[in-house]
Each structure stands twice: as structure tokens, then as C-alpha cells.
Design a binder for this molecule. Sequence first.
Ligand code: DX5
Ligand code: ZN
Length: 227
Amino acid sequence: MTVHRSIKIAPSILSADFANFGAEIRAIEAEGADWVHVDVMDGHFVPNLTFGPMAVKAFRPHVKTVMDVHLMIAPVDPYIDAYADAGADVLTAHVEAGPHIHRTLQAIRGAGMKAGVALNPGTPAEAVAHLLDLTDLICVMTVNPGFGGQKYIDMTDKVRHLRKMIGDREIHIEIDGGMDPTTAPGMAQAGADVLVAGSAVFRGGSVSQPGVYGKNMRAIRDAVEAI
Ligand code: DX5
Ligand code: ZN
């Protein structure tokens, strides 16, 4: 079966060398990354902490493709302008992060960014039914957010259902968590077009061995194209 949407691989720099983000971003892009996925965690919405808007702003000049910022924080609204100023192209908030996701998505678009909405594994597709006209991307979590390298949780039905709900709207479906050459093809087939991968891209490579990143990304792409 052919995949009708072009698949984009978005390596998560959560799995990069935290002392070397600039070089890591340049390496993954040189090796074929389509987007760069930036995982922001607050130690409150998720049980882990990464970085905030000042660090994201420092990443910006290194990103030549799309800077895809995934906020795992609550609240979101007080920080939207800071991430616009940091240069995020896509800013994704979790539907579980607060009572007013509709307002949050409006504010993200109002600040000039593409608006994404993320769903934890336990959250049904219907949670975004009334948000579709405010949304440019739906991120389906296939792990409980907070850490890289976790075991994939199958969300095929949810992705299929979302693709139907979306109809002919221009909305990306992004999958985040446990993506590798064995899990990615099913998600692409179900209707996803952006695949986030952390450990499966960075595993075995480094900025001095960037070819491994390329090989890892190719393995995912080849597996998807083989379906
Ligand atoms: C999980 C993050 C993911 C994560 C994916 O909280 O949002 O982006 O880094 O990592 P892997 O691909 O290792 O599951
Ligand atoms: Zn993420």
C-alpha cells in the first residue's frame, strides 16, 4: 500500500547530548531530519525537567527546517509569547494541561505560530473534536510523556479515527513515543505524517559519528515506504 502523505521524521533532541545542542541539531539536519522536535518539560505536568524558552531561543539559529516545540507544561498560556519570541514554528500544548485549550490554541495562532494539540495515551480522540478548526497539528502520544526510550503504546485506532475526523482539513498527525522501524509503518498507514523519534535516531551516533543518525533515520523511512 502506498502512503499518500509525505512522511516527515522529527528527531527529538531530548535524546541528544545536552552539552552540545547546536552541533546535534546541525548533525541531524545534515543527515536528513525534516523537522526538529523540542521537548519542553516542567517537572509538574510531567515528572521530568528539560529546558525553557531561553534555551529554545538559543537553538533557533541552528534549526534550518521546522522548529517543532512540544510543551509538556501547565499552565501554558503565560509562556506562549516567550515561545513565539524564541522562534517556534509549531507550538503544541496538551489538551490535559488546563481547562481552556480552546483559548490556548487561539493564542498560539494569534502569536503567529502553528498550533498543535497533544493527547496523552489515555485521552480519547473526541477531546479534539471541537478544536479541529483551530489546530494545525494533532500530536498522538504513544508513551506517557516525560521520558525518552519508553515502550510504545499502540494507538492505531485513535490515529485512524482522528484521520477520519480531520477529513480534508490540513492538519498534521504527529506520533510521539517509541517510534522505530517496527512501530512507525503502522502509524503512517493509519494516517500519521510526522514521526517523532528520539532514541531510535540518536542511538549509537554522536556529532563525530553523524552518519549513524542518517542511517537510523533511513531505517525508519525505508520501513514506512515498504508498506
Ligand atoms: C516524551 C517526548 C518524546 C520522546 C520520544 O515525553 O515527548 O518526544 O523524546 O522519545 P523516544 O523516541 O525515545 O520514545
Ligand atoms: Zn515530544
